[in-house]
Design a protein around this ligand. Structure first.
Ligand code: IVH
Length: 671
């Protein structure tokens, strides 16, 4: 029997969360809580539900990790030549063996190229006549997924080339999450009460599999290209190919910065490896080793492949750095949403190029798992994660008198007893509306750049105004007067003017950002946009019940419940009313919608256009009430066909009988 949509959505969410947690525990924390059989049964149940209700599958569904990285969300494409992996080596002897074998097979001493082994997601991109045609994931090596729409958002990947490029070629490389972007994303997730992502590689991979390419664009992934393939390219060495690719517009490793180097001996190769084993910590992205390749393409062809990897290349993998140090104290941080996070305070120690003083402990379960005692000697590792983690304890060095770390029972800020909801790993301070950290945190979020963007005001100002008793909530900002502010420390006339102007100007901020700013748990920027577009006004949104909320694209039970809870609290309702009374924008402004000719329609744009850019076209779709789709599927209502559209997309649209319009026809349709 088929489940109804609401139950299916609930169960999919439940299973996805549970499986993702089990995966996290298994792969990151090395703990297996259930048998393989139990895990597989749950996964199968989820797969079945996602097959019945494909639209309900979550962007980060654990089913996407099964069997390579093939999902059923993107068109499948067979690679022209298999995307193989590299065999790994871990020491000088293994590198020597590789070089000896290759030189012996070639019958002479070959030239090699060393380059970085980028820790990201492999991608294959086809270009024809200097134009991006399609980008495909590695998949199972033979068949990958067409994720062109997402890859096209990556600025370092050119959509059209310059110079003397070949007519048709394939280029492969790695897409990765730059570290500072990853940190910023996690900081904003934390502020939002969302769980943080574990590491940049998995997050890059998850991001590339998202349905909404505008979210991909926001995350600002980056790339390096490392492999050029094609017939009759007439470029005889790998190093020249990489250089050429650079001249056509690709991001390739810089020789000047020693990111790529020709080597004639094992000594030179080891020098390169040793250099990067240290210098890698200064790079703005992660690498997990070095790749050594035979430089001449003819030699590469003669050496050929084994079943799994080329005989002309090998990877050298760096060891994850580990040190031991003393656990001095466990302290607790309260976030804006009340989530309490334990932090290990360590005896400072040098690890992977930086001094480590703190390590994240995530939640009370992890403290339990590690069985921590104060003063313990702990092993700290910096693997794929940015924040170091404690991976183990040397129990033999524990003092007899050592005291076990017990998770706190009351909020460190307001002393309210903590709560832990069923099925959640995190403890919360339930005193949402009076706990000073939470109150200040919400105002800090309200004024932040992506929310109300109040110029002239920072977190210190919030602290100062709160301490002075001038603000209790965000609406109080709009009652501030010059005479309240001037007596405060560091508040000269100019800063008071700036602050008041900034507050006044924030009254022009559009509704979707006001909605984000009021800080409903789990309502991040993207969700706020979706809700604003769907409900059009704050009053409509606050009238909606659970059923109405989960009908909105990408809104699940968890977000819906959070909105319901928000509006059930009288002080929230008062806050919203007060903000409206102060003149903040509480609805989508009329002129934003030019027409509703596309209402209820999902429109996909593909190819290149003459009179408007792709982004303008997307804006026009939304302005006329439509929804922009990222890939052709049975949900697509219209495909706007530009020039040089990928053949697989075209075929898929034809097979599904989707209405196709040229740029001109589409523009005349929306008037
Ligand atoms: S060359 C035929 N070069 O490492 C093999 N791969 O296990 C061609 N990778 O799947 C790959 N940096 O995703 C090559 N400079 C680099 C690389 C690199 C990272 C990845 C790639 C591949 C995996 C090999």
């Amino acid at each position: 029997m088929m489940m109804d949509v609401s139950n299916a959505k609930k169960r999919i969410l439940e299973l996805s969360q549970e499986l993702n947690e089990l995966n996290h525990k298994y792969y990151i924390l090395n703990v297996s809580e259930v048998s393989d059989y139990e895990f597989d049964m749950k996964l199968k149940e989820l797969q079945d539900l996602e097959t019945q209700f494909p639209d309900l599958a979550l962007a980060h569904s654990p089913t996407k990790r099964v069997g390579g990285d093939i999902t059923d969300k993107f068109p499948k494409v067979r690679h022209n030549s298999r995307m193989l992996s590299l065999s790994n080596s871990y020491n000088k002897e293994e590198i020597e063996e590789f070089i000896e074998r290759a030189n012996k097979l070639a019958g002479r001493e070959l030239e090699y190229v060393c380059e970085l082994k980028y820790d990201g997601v492999a991608i294959s991109i086809i270009y024809e006549n200097g134009t991006f045609v399609r980008a495909v994931t590695r998949g199972d090596g033979e068949v990958g997924e067409d994720i062109s729409a997402n890859v096209k958002t990556i600025k370092s990947i050119p959509l059209s080339l310059s110079g003397d490029f070949p007519e048709l070629f394939e280029i492969r490389g790695e897409i990765f999450f730059p570290l500072h972007k990853f940190q910023a994303l996690n900081a904003s997730r934390k502020a939002q009460g969302e769980p943080e992502f574990a590491n940049p590689r998995n997050t890059a991979s998850g991001t590339l599999k998202m349905q909404d390419s505008s979210v991909v664009a926001e995350r600002e992934l980056d790339s390096y290209l490392y492999f050029l393939l094609g017939d009759n390219l007439n470029i005889p060495t790998h190093s020249e190919r990489i250089e050429k690719a650079g001249s056509w517009g690709f991001k390739v490793p810089s020789e000047i910065r020693n990111m790529i180097r020709k080597c004639g001996s094992v000594e030179q190769i080891m020098e390169f490896i040793e250099y990067w084993d240290k210098a890698r910590h200064q790079l703005p992205f992660e690498i997990d080793g070095i790749v050594i390749k035979v430089n001449s393409i003819q030699d590469q062809e003669e050496l050929g492949f084994t079943a799994k990897s080329p005989r002309w290349a090998v990877a050298y993998k760096f060891k994850a750095e580990q040190v031991f140090t003393r656990l001095n104290e466990v302290t607790y941080q309260v976030g804006r949403t009340g989530a309490v996070t334990p932090v290990a305070n360590l005896e400072p120690v040098l690890l992977a190029g930086t001094t480590v003083k703190r390590a994240s402990l995530h939640n009370s379960d992890q403290i339990e798992k590690l069985g921590l005692y104060l003063g313990d000697t702990v092993f700290v590792e910096k693997g794929g994660e940015i924040i170091p983690k404690i991976v183990g304890v040397d129990v033999s060095r524990r003092a007899n008198s050592a005291v076990k770390v017990e998770f706190i029972t009351a909020c460190p800020d307001c002393d309210t007893p903590l709560e832990r909801l069923e099925g959640e790993a995190q403890h919360f301070c339930p005193n949402r509306y009076e706990c000073p950290t939470q109150v200040k945190g919400r105002i800090e979020h309200f004024i932040s750049r992506k929310a109300m963007n109040i110029d002239g005001m920072g977190n210190e100002t919030v602290e100062q105004l709160f301490e002075a008793g001038l603000i209790q909530n965000a609406a109080d900002l709009y009652t501030l007067k010059e005479e309240d502010l001037l007596p405060l420390e560091r508040m000269a006339q100019k800063s008071v003017d700036n602050l008041l102007q900034g507050i006044e100007a924030s009254k022009q901020v559009p509704f979707e950002r006001v909605l984000f700013a009021i800080g409903i748990r789990y309502v991040g920027e993207t969700v706020a946009k979706k809700l604003a577009r769907h409900f059009k006004s704050m009053s409509n949104l606050l009238k909606a019940d659970q059923e109405a909320l989960i009908l909105v694209d990408e809104i699940g039970e968890r977000i819906a419940q959070s909105i319901i809870e928000f509006k059930s609290v009288p002080s929230n309702q008062e806050l919203v009313d007060a903000l409206a009374a102060h003149g903040l924008i509480m609805e989508i402004e009329e002129q934003e919608l030019a027409s509703n000719v596309l209402e209820g329609k999902t429109v996909v744009v593909s190819g290149t256009f003459n009179t408007v850019s792709r982004n303008e076209l997307k804006a026009l779709i939304e302005a006329n009430g439509g929804k922009v789709g990222s890939s052709v599927s049975s949900k697509t209502s219209i495909l706007v066909r530009g020039e040089n559209m990928g053949p697989s997309k075209l075929k898929k649209a034809e097979d599904l009988g989707i209405k196709m319009l040229s740029e001109e026809d589409f523009l005349s349709m929306i008037g």
